[in-house]
Design a protein around this ligand. Structure first.
Ligand code: FES
Ligand code: MG
Length: 573
């Protein structure tokens, strides 16, 4: 039995008086003594007029409450920060840690025996899971679900892989201003998260794999009735966890679970942002999300799910093909089925209940994969001593091994100012380099790694170039793009030493990214840069805290002081 209202009493004199006060205030809302004596399930409310992805949150909250009450518990809804990709300045990544802290502290502060977190837009599930891992109260995650697809001129469209593709066509003058406005109204035809395998979908699939949400939670479209039923069932599950006391996140977030998550991330053609978020989540536990292991897994695990941007379909098609349970079944011995889930059993039961859909071709068998290797590869080299990531599944195969001349942009602002300049000295086989766009540099590690193809080359029909940066890239984007170069330029990383005209060699097969400049010259540039000093430190507020405390991409860009205590002493920052 949960402790209900008496949990985590603040001290106003004796405990009895503290509870007396608490009850006096909450009774102002009209609750009965019976209601207040039940196990309490907290439910986060991340609804916001600025967050269309969470537009169905009110309906899901009602369904979770129903599930909690049908199981004899008492639901208590409370607000937390909500973050939408397009409405988060300077970046949603900048705010993720704030949301994680807010969610963690509000779960700790208020009396509850279990919690249901409802989220979905890119950074929200990571923030909520980071919080849940640190609080370690029984937690059920309810993703808001993906949007349904849009249609235009007989073509199926989705946010936001097609946003980019069609905007690129507009830049290249093949779609005019009038048509692009029509398309604008068709790319996001319902509430819910981006329906390609972007970061939101990647994190929802990972959440289900980690056992933190009920089976099929990742894929049921946001507007479907089944989404509401999953919310109700999640409420029931949370009420049970409130009474039984577990499983807690610490029982689910094990090394085997993180390994399963890495396998799934590779097999779904997942977003590179997932790497950062999994590292951050693992850092909230005694375990580690190892980039070397991710790469090793990628060599053995094929891409099986045929979704954009690596493939052809959208989340609703993945759902109707059997969703994550069916994928886990296809992955077979690559998945550790002993991993427990909030549903009560292990992934073995989830796989046993997976639906086999005749004729579906969205979830491929291992013998006929979309790509023989996994979605992502981890690179090292003199440009990335701490590692870098490339989403090889969404890259052009002819560019995966490429040497080209660097065309350097020193910041996002510099890139915006010059990329479309007709005078820019750039050719299709050059390598576009973006500096100072990492966690501290920009700040907030914007999704600027998807540098646009310079307009004059786009007009000549150039669709892809090698692009490298310390930035991130949206999971919905595609191209031969090296990201998360660590350490970032702004903290002295070698990426900041690259000059226009240097030769850069990308060797994805050999897992290398190098600048072909000799060590003496690099040292000379480093000394010159040290004399110039580093950029400004923000004067106040959250930006100052962020700048002082954010970790590099390989550590998940969490704040150094938010890591699990066992991780703080052993790791350098
Ligand atoms: Fe919310 Fe894409 S903008 S998931
Ligand atoms: Mg995104």
């Amino acid at each position: 039995m949960g402790k209900g209202l008496g949990k985590g009493l603040t001290s106003y004199g004796d405990d009895g008086f503290s509870l007396f006060l608490r009850k006096a205030f909450i009774k102002a809302m009209g609750y009965s003594d019976d209601a207040l004596s039940r196990p309490i399930v907290g439910i986060t409310n991340t609804h916001s007029d600025y967050n269309p992805c969470h537009g169905n949150a009110p309906q899901l909250i009602e369904a979770v409450k129903r599930g909690v009450m049908l199981s004899g518990g008492m639901p208590m809804v409370f607000p937390t920060i909500s973050i939408h990709e397009s409405f988060a300045h300077p970046t949603s990544m900048f705010l993720r840690n704030l949301m994680a802290m807010d969610t963690e502290e509000m779960i700790r502060a208020q009396p509850m025996d279990a919690v249901v977190v409802i989220g979905g837009c890119d950074k929200t599930l990571p923030a909520q899971i980071m919080a849940a891992a640190s609080v370690d109260l029984p937690t059920v995650v309810v993703p808001v679900g993906p949007m349904v697809v849009g249609h235009h001129k007989g073509e199926v469209l989705g946010a936001c892989t097609d946003c980019r593709r069609l905007w690129a066509a507009h830049r290249a003058d093949t779609i005019d201003a009038e048509e692009i406005e029509v398309i604008n109204g068709r790319l996001a035809p319902s509430v819910g998260t981006c329906m390609v395998m972007g970061t939101a979908s990647t994190m929802a699939c990972i959440t289900e794999t980690l056992g933190l949400s009920l089976p099929m939670s990742a894929t049921v479209p946001a507007p479907h009735a089944d989404r509401v039923r999953i919310a109700e069932a999640s409420g029931r599950t949370a009420a049970r966890l409130a009474v039984e006391g577990g499983p807690r996140p610490s029982e689910l977030l094990t090394p085997q679970a993180f390994r399963n998550a890495a396998v799934v991330m590779q097999a779904i053609g997942g977003s590179t942002n997932g790497v950062i978020h999994l590292a951050a989540i693992a850092n909230r536990t005694p375990h580690r999300f190892d980039l070397g292991e991710l790469d090793e897994i990628g060599r053995r695990v094929p891409v099986l799910v045929d979704l954009k941007p690596s493939g052809a379909h959208y989340m609703e098609h993945f759902h109707h093909a059997g969703g994550v349970p069916k994928l886990l079944k296809e992955l077979g011995d690559l998945i550790d089925l002993d991993a427990p889930t909030v549903a009560g059993g292990t992934l073995r039961e989830v796989v046993a209940a997976a639906e086999d859909v005749p004729g579906q071709d969205v979830i491929r068998p291992r013998g006929a994969p979309i790509k023989a290797e996994g979605s992502m590869a981890v690179l090292h080299g003199n440009l990335a001593p701490g590692g870098a990531v490339i989403k090889q599944a969404a890259a052009s195969s002819h560019l995966l091994a490429h040497t080209g001349r660097a065309v350097v942009f020193s910041s996002v602002a510099d890139m915006i100012a010059r990329i479309d300049d007709p005078e820019l000295d750039v050719a299709a086989d050059d390598v576009l380099v973006l500096q100072n766009a990492g966690p501290k540099g920009a700040p907030g590690m914007p999704e600027a790694g998807y540098l646009p193809i310079p307009k004059k080359l786009a007009r000549q029909g150039v669709k892809d170039m090698v692009r490298i940066s310390d930035a991130r890239m949206s999971g919905t984007a595609f191209g031969t793009i090296v990201l998360h170069i660590t350490p970032e330029s702004a903290v002295g990383g070698p990426l900041g030493l690259v000059e226009t005209g240097d030769l850069i060699r990308l060797d994805t097969g050999g897992r290398r990214i190098d600048v072909l400049v000799d060590d003496d010259e690099l040292r000379r540039r480093e000394m010159a840069r040290a004399r110039q000093g580093r950029g400004r430190t923000p004067e106040r507020g959250y930006a100052r805290l962020y700048h002082a405390s954010v970790l590099q991409a390989d550590e998940g860009c969490d704040f150094d002081f938010m890591r699990h205590p066992s991780r703080m002493s052993s790791d350098s920052e």
